[in-house]
Design a protein around this ligand. Structure first.
Ligand code: 13P
Ligand code: SF4
Length: 313
C-alpha cells in the first residue's frame, strides 16, 4: 500500500504528542509556550502567554520540572525566579538576537559614562545584564515601570524602539537608549506598512512596541503579544493588521475565525522562536535535555531586578 508522506508525518506527530503527554504526567512537568511558538507546540502546552505572564506562572505552579518553549532569556528568567525548580529550554539554539546585543561588560562601560542613571533592562536580556540593572520591564509594563522609577536619568537596554516609545510618555526624564533592536520587528519600514493599510483600509493596525517609531505612529493600538490578542478579542472591529510575530496571528485565526487578521508583513517570523519542535520537547522530557543553569550570585541579583518589576505591574 502506498502512503503519502503527509499521512506518515501526521501519524508520527500524533505518537510524539501522546508520548509527550504521558511523560508530562509521569514527571509532573509543566510545559509553557510563548505566543510566538508554532501551533503544534501550543497544543501540547499547559499555558501559552507573553513573557511577563509566563515568568509569573512559573513561580506559582507546584511543578518542579518546567519545559519552557520560547527563547533562552525566557527560560532563564523562569529559572532566576524559581532557582529551586528544574527549568529546560528544549532547543538550546533558540536565542533572542536582540538580548544578545547587550553584554554585561558593555553595559558597565555605559553605566560609568552616566553614573547617576538607573538601568532599566527589558526582560529580553541575559541574567548577567539583569544582575547589574536596577529593575526589569516587559513590553506590557515598560511605560509604567519607567514613569514611576525614582530617577530622572535612565539607561534603557537593549531595545531602542521600545525605549523610544517609553520616552514619549516620560518627557520629564532623560533616557539613554541602547542601540539594540529585534530583527523581526525592526525590519518592517513605514512605507511597507502604508501599503498594507491601503490594501485593507477598514482594518485596524495593532502593533508591538518593538516596531520602528514610524510604524508605531501609524498604529491604532500598541501592546505586548498578550495585550494585542486581548485587544482584538474585545474590539468591536472586524478586521485587523497585526504587527508582530506570526504566532500571534496563528492563535487569533484559530480562536476567532469570525474575524479577519492580516500580517503586517510576511517576513515577521522569528526564526529562533520557531526552532522548537515536538521532537525537541520529547527529548527534553525524556533525557532532561536543555537544563538552564544560572550562577547563584548572578541569579540572586537578577531576581531582585525582576521582582521589583513584578511588584509594580
Ligand atoms: P512579549 O513581552 O510581548 O511576550 O514579547 C516578547 C518578545 O520577544 C517580543 O518580540
Ligand atoms: Fe527576540 Fe525579536 Fe524573536 Fe522576540 S521576536 S524573541 S525580540 S528576536
Amino acid at each position: 500500500m502506498l502512503y503519502s508522506n503527509e499521512k506518515i508525518n501526521a501519524k508520527n506527530k500524533k505518537t510524539i504528542k501522546e508520548e509527550i503527554l504521558k511523560l508530562k504526567i509521569e514527571k509532573n512537568a509543566l510545559i509553557l509556550a510563548h505566543h510566538y511558538q508554532s501551533m503544534e507546540i501550543k497544543e501540547i502546552s499547559d499555558f501559552v502567554g507573553d513573557s511577563l505572564e509566563l515568568s509569573k506562572i512559573a513561580t506559582k505552579v507546584d511543578s518542579n520540572y518546567i519545559v519552557f518553549c520560547g527563547v533562552h532569556f525566557m527560560a532563564e528568567s523562569a529559572k532566576i525566579l524559581s532557582p529551586e525548580k528544574r527549568v529546560f529550554l528544549p532547543n538550546t539554539d533558540a536565542r533572542c538576537p536582540m538580548a544578545d546585543m547587550v553584554t554585561k561588560e558593555r553595559l558597565e562601560t555605559m553605566k560609568a559614562e552616566f553614573p547617576d542613571a538607573k538601568v532599566v533592562a527589558y526582560v529580553n536580556s541575559s541574567a548577567e545584564v539583569k544582575s547589574i540593572s536596577d529593575i526589569c520591564c516587559t513590553s506590557s509594563n515598560a511605560v509604567n515601570i519607567v514613569k514611576h522609577l525614582e530617577a530622572k536619568e535612565i539607561i534603557f537596554v537593549p531595545d531602542q524602539n521600545l525605549g523610544a516609545y517609553v520616552s514619549k510618555f516620560c518627557p520629564e526624564k532623560t533616557i539613554h537608549l541602547w542601540k539594540g533592536f529585534c530583527p523581526t520587528h525592526h525590519r518592517v519600514i513605514g512605507a511597507e506598512v502604508q501599503n498594507i493599510c491601503d490594501r485593507y483600509p477598514s482594518a485596524k493596525l495593532f502593533v508591538h512596541p518593538e516596531c520602528r517609531p514610524e510604524v508605531l505612529e501609524m498604529a491604532d493600538f500598541i501592546g505586548s503579544t498578550a495585550q494585542i490578542i486581548k485587544a482584538c478579542e474585545t474590539s468591536e472591529e472586524h478586521s485587523f493588521i497585526i504587527g508582530t510575530e506570526k504566532g500571534v496571528i496563528d492563535t487569533l485565526r484559530a480562536v476567532h475565525p469570525e474575524k479577519e487578521f492580516y500580517m503586517m508583513d510576511d517576513t515577521m517570523v522569528c526564526k529562533n522562536m520557531k526552532k522548537t519542535t515536538l521532537e525537541d520537547v520529547l527529548k527534553s522530557l525524556k533525557e532532561s535535555y536543555g537544563e538552564i543553569q544560572v550562577e547563584p550570585e548572578v541569579g540572586a541579583r537578577a531576581k531582585s531586578a525582576i521582582f521589583k518589576m513584578i511588584e509594580r505591574s
